[in-house]
Write a protein that binds this ligand. Structure first.
Ligand code: GTP
Ligand code: MG
Length: 261
């Protein structure tokens, strides 16, 4: 079985080798354990936003492929990474050692075993308050609340009728989903767009609690700028969906009563 691990990086030279090593050890263990009957051949791709530190050299020294994507943005990096990867299954996490890289094989196993389409790590279920600044916790809380209120009718099939951690960047999913998703966001709003698209299009989505640790290296996120953009993305997406639903309802009504004005 073939799978791809994708990691976007921007100056994560301090942590990238640690993340890649942690993942490699776990995947080797899993290939003689839970995946012994069908070992996973992992393609590991770092999508680097033209870092000025040692990120690319360190990633390559650990045996990862490193693609340089000079166009800015977290979402841009993933769009490029998705297009360049070949695995039947895709997994993602940050390069800053915040997500538990050692859990990727186990999450893949769970996705396959439970016949799910998309798994997302939920950082908030067991959050160590040191791992996220107060601003990030407030921002995440507000974005999750807006998402729950604005999209509640689309979230009915999801456990708890909500996405608990809309901003999480640790996912494991089936590549075939990508053909059906409309992904437009090149910045941080990519994370919520991806999850919403998965749910709205009716795929089987589940969140699993994951440990989230304090990041290594300097933050790349601009709390207020990215928070504002994510907020306005959610509102724009909701209005666009409303228009689409109304147009569909009009088309259906016209089909049912062809002579009506
Ligand atoms: N290629 C690329 N990677 C990026 C870009 N911006 C951020 N990243 C990487 O994307 C991942 C997520 O960004 P972070 O800065 O960790 O964002 P965050 O996890 O929301 O915020 P923190 O809590 O500060 O970690 C990290 O591995 C970054 O290095 C970019 O413009 N291009
Ligand atoms: Mg991070």
């Amino acid at each position: 079985m073939r799978a791809s691990l994708l990691i976007p990086t921007l100056n994560e030279g301090e942590s990238i080798a640690h993340v890649l090593r942690t993942f490699r050890e776990a995947s080797e263990r899993a290939n003689t354990g839970i995946f012994a009957s069908d070992p996973v051949h992992w393609e590991v791709i770092v999508i680097d936003g033209a870092s000025t530190d040692e990120t690319v050299a360190r990633a390559r020294a650990e045996g990862a492929q490193a693609i340089v994507e000079p166009r800015k943005g977290y979402g841009r990096a993933y769009l490029t990474g998705f297009a360049r990867s070949t695995g039947e299954y895709l997994a993602t996490l940050d390069g800053d050692a915040t997500y538990p890289a050692e859990r990727v094989p186990q999450l893949l196993h769970y996705l396959i075993d439970q016949e799910l389409d998309f798994l997302s790590g939920d950082r908030l279920a067991e959050l160590d308050p040191k791992a996220m600044t107060m601003e990030h916790r407030i921002g995440n809380g507000l974005l999750n609340l807006l998402l729950r209120v604005a999209f509640h009718r689309f979230l009915r099939p999801v456990a708890g009728h909500s996405i608990r951690d809309s901003q999480s960047g640790m996912w494991v999913f089936r590549r075939r989903l990508l053909e059906r998703l409309e992904l437009t966001q090149e910045g941080m709003a990519f994370s919520e767009e991806l999850k919403l698209e998965v749910v709205i299009r009716g795929f089987r989505f589940e969140e699993v609690p994951v440990r989230y640790a304090e990041r290594w290296g300097r933050p790349k996120l601009s709390t207020w700028r990215d928070g504002r953009r994510n907020f306005s993305y959610l509102l724009t997406k909701r209005l666009a969906l409303e228009k689409e639903l109304r147009a569909r309802a009009r088309r259906e009504a016209a089909r049912a009563h062809p002579s009506a004005p």
